[in-house]
Design a protein around this ligand. Structure first.
Ligand code: ADP
Length: 388
């Protein structure tokens, strides 16, 4: 509908071969508050010709089902095929479920029965503006969805291009600094070697940053499939990947036997466990008997997971900020961190309809909790349970 027009006026193209019905249709709007401008066509072919070139002159097309020649439903189909962007209403002498389905399939937004008592005529001034409004809403929603999809696609391409373009020079820097270190050992003095080692370490860090940023930017935008996955299996894969790091720090990993199977995006939830365990290893400090525990509790509609360590702990003043991007507490020498690990965890858990938080004190280890809904479709969070 032309947006400059008021909602109290309607331009209708009426396709009706019966003269009495055309007259009755006109009369239905006399005395109503709705100013209705009615253009008449007797045959479907005539209406099609007109609408192909002049659809913008109308807000709505009302079509009799039993037209001679091209039937009302055929006209609807033709209009749909010709992408005429107007709402279509079918008028029929007798209604049935099959006809209603056929009308909808043919592209009609609605259909009305011309009942013998002609009560339908009183409804026209109410129903037709509503049909136009609903059609406008549908179009606006479709446009917004298409726009969102376009922006998402653009963003995805942008992120890929940027990450690829950044990775190439980083790989060169890493490659050439390694080459210099290996092949020019004798020519370089200690200072030269140290400079090159720093260049190499910075390039490694840059690479980790680019890949974490890429991961963060795709969570939630890339639609992944949810399926039933065993958390026990996820955790055992993570543990075997991190075996060397755990062994090097003499850390015991204790995993509960009751880890459930949940409906989730397995790859992402694996990343959650991995990031939390990697952090637990990194921040274990110099504890005498380092231990990391992974447990799960049933909380009704939710499952509550916990990754606990007895490492350096976190001062309560940082319990919220550590989940923000690039927020790092510089308490230990750690060149590998990017400050994005927990931001990634939070985004993944949010996208599953869950919540993540930490309970910890300095020097007393950390417990990272996250809850996930058992049924990830349309869950509401138990706010009181998780606020702290
Ligand atoms: P990164 O580990 O790359 O620095 P994260 O987002 O994973 O970034 O973590 C942010 C900060 O939170 C870390 O720099 C660290 O200070 C703190 N942190 C995370 N996990 C732990 C933990 N298990 N024990 C102590 N501090 C932690």
């Amino acid at each position: 509908m032309n947006p400059s027009r008021t909602s109290l006026s309607l331009r209708v193209l009426l396709v009706e071969d019966n003269e009495d019905d055309r007259l009755a249709f006109r009369r239905a709007f006399q005395g109503s508050q709705l100013a209705c401008e009615i253009t008449e066509c007797i045959r479907g072919e005539e209406a099609l010709k007109r609408l192909r070139t002049d659809a913008s002159s109308f807000d709505l097309v009302v079509i009799d089902h039993g037209l001679p020649g091209m039937s009302g439903l055929d006209l609807c189909k033709e209009l749909l095929d010709n992408q005429v962007p107007l709402p279509l209403v079918i008028l029929t002498g007798k209604g049935s479920e099959e006809l209603a389905v056929e009308a909808l399939k043919a592209g009609a937004g609605d259909y009305m029965i011309k009942d013998p008592g002609r009560g339908y005529l009183d409804l026209l001034p109410v129903v037709l503006p509503e049909v136009v409004r609903r059609h406008g809403d549908r179009l606006a929603r479709k446009e917004a969805e298409e726009e969102l999809q376009r922006i998402n696609e653009e963003l995805k391409n942008f992120v890929h291009v940027v990450s690829h373009d950044l990775r190439t020079p980083i790989t060169f820097i890493q490659g050439y600094s390694s080459l210099l270190l290996e092949q020019y050992q004798d020519t370089l003095d200690d200072k030269g070697r140290m400079c090159l080692q720093r260049i190499r370490a910075s390039a490694r860090r840059m690479e980790a940053l680019v890949s974490d940023l890429l991961a963060l930017s795709t969570i939630g935008r890339v639609v992944s499939s949810f399926e039933n996955i065993s958390c026990g299996e996820i955790v055992s894969n993570v543990a075997s990947d991190l075996q060397d790091k755990l062994g090097a720090s003499g850390i015991e990993l204790v995993v509960a036997h009751n880890l459930p199977t949940i409906c989730c995006d397995g790859g992402r939830i694996r990343q959650v466990f991995e990031n939390l365990v990697v952090n637990a290893i990194k921040f274990i400090g110099h504890t005498k008997s380092p231990i990391i525990e992974i447990r799960c509790e049933d909380r009704g509609d939710f499952l509550q997971f916990c990754v606990r360590d007895n490492g350096i702990g976190i001062d309560p003043q940082y319990h919220l900020t550590i989940f923000e991007k690039f927020h790092r507490l510089r308490e230990i020498e750690d060149d590998e961190g990017t400050g994005l690990g927990l931001a990634i965890v939070r985004r993944i858990v949010d996208n599953h309809g869950g919540k993540v938080w930490v309970e910890s004190e300095r020097g007393k280890g950390s417990s990272f909790y996250f809850i996930l809904p058992k049924d990830p479709t349309g869950m509401k969070l138990p706010v009181t349970e998780i606020e702290n």
